[in-house]
Design a protein around this ligand. Structure first.
Ligand code: TRP
Length: 359
């Protein structure tokens, strides 16, 4: 069966297997790892982010893994020209992080625009990558197509290299990512390896970071067919009120079969709602389906609304408090910036020493 897989899915399968090993080791040796993840500040986060990545970050920070979260504000400009929403969106993102349990005393949150040492790493890294490698990046190609860009700026091609600077500047060795980010991580590993070969003089300046893929199924939007995302208009935002949440779930797509059962292949919409309930309650989706049974989609939706609103209640409360405390958000950012700069300065010094550029 494996022989029938294309090379892309083989890489994916290999990453998935490696990720399972890593997960076991993280629990045993949390101090070995430095996790770096990040988001582009393009708007508020939704429950797909909560279950897909935010809860994972909280778990890492709480078992003592050194955790960094980069707010990739420069990266916003890859597919849009205006920076006018960036400041508002960065603050929103920090509020989303803090309200879902990311603790700034344990996790370093920083916007990469404020880390000169990180941005400076981009320059030496650019000499380690060929133009055709950048042209070939499948995720970049998809993003160009999705944004329908006719005029593509160089930042769009180069941002995966910048992302390598995000990771390597803080010497991250573990990067929790979705499948679409695997090509970027591969490039980051290539950059680390080539840097060592070209400038390391036998020494390993950079360790190659590893991808950590989550093995939970994709969270679909309320249309049940596509990934939950802001641009597809099928998301429940963390900032939504409980009434809005109820309304959105009421409108969620289901199908014409009355009895509820879990069958992601043939009943993607209903199964996604069951999956969402199971993410909240940690119950098995088959068991939830059995419980709903002939209650049909209205009972299913009622159950999702209740459990989700319960789960989001403390998050919403915390959100509200944070919205009123702008100074605190600024303090979180400036302390994150300070810590990230200190890390990146150590890295930049090593890079300059390796490159004979220490004067
Ligand atoms: N490109 C990532 C996204 O769109 C965000 C990101 C920026 C990132 N820098 C990173 C992710 C470094 C992991 C590591 O989701």
């Amino acid at each position: 069966m494996d022989n029938n897989l294309g090379s892309e899915s083989k890489t994916f399968q290999a990453s998935l297997n490696r990720s399972k090993e890593l997960e076991k080791d993280i629990d045993k040796n949390p101090s070995k790892y430095r996790v770096l993840t990040g988001d582009r500040p393009t708007g508020s986060l939704h429950i797909g982010h909560l279950f897909g990545s935010l809860q994972n970050r909280v778990r890492f920070q709480n078992i003592g893994v050194k955790t960094f979260v980069v707010i990739a504000d420069y990266q916003v400009l890859t597919d849009r020209d205006s920076a006018s929403d960036i400041s508002k969106n960065v603050k929103e993102l920090v509020i989303d992080y803090l309200s879902t349990g990311i603790d700034p005393a344990k996790t370093c949150i920083f916007p990469h625009s404020h880390i000169p040492e990180l941005n400076q790493l981009l320059v030496p890294f650019l000499f380690l990558v060929s133009k055709s490698e950048l042209d070939r990046n499948p995720t970049v190609k998809e993003e160009i197509a999705a944004a329908g860009l006719s005029n593509i700026n160089a930042g769009m091609y180069v941002y995966p290299v910048h992302q390598a600077a995000d990771i390597l500047s803080v010497r991250g060795n573990l990067v929790p990512v979705g499948k679409d980010q695997l090509p970027h991580l591969e490039l980051c590993r290539t950059i680390a390896r080539r840097f060592n070969q070209r400038f390391g003089n036998g020494k390993e300046v950079f360790k190659e970071p590893e991808a950590l893929l989550s093995n939970s199924p994709n969270i679909l939007g309320l249309d049940g067919t596509q990934k939950m995302s802001k641009s597809r208009n099928n998301a429940i935002f963390l900032s939504a009120t409980s009434d809005e949440t109820a309304r959105l779930i009421k409108k969620a797509k289901t199908d014409s079969i009355k009895t509820i059962y879990y069958d992601p292949q043939n009943r993607p919409e209903v199964s996604n709602l069951l999956h969402l309930i199971s993410l909240v309650t940690k119950e098995d989706p088959f068991a939830i389906a059995e419980h709903v049974g002939d209650g049909g989609s209205s009972k299913l939706k009622q159950l999702l609304t209740e459990s989700l609103n319960d789960c989001l209640k403390p998050i919403r409360q915390r959100r509200q408090e944070l919205l009123d405390d702008e100074q605190y958000i600024r303090d979180v950012l400036s302390s994150g910036i300070q810590k990230a700069r200190a890390e990146a300065a150590i890295t930049l010094l090593k890079v300059r020493q390796a490159m004979n550029m220490e004067f």
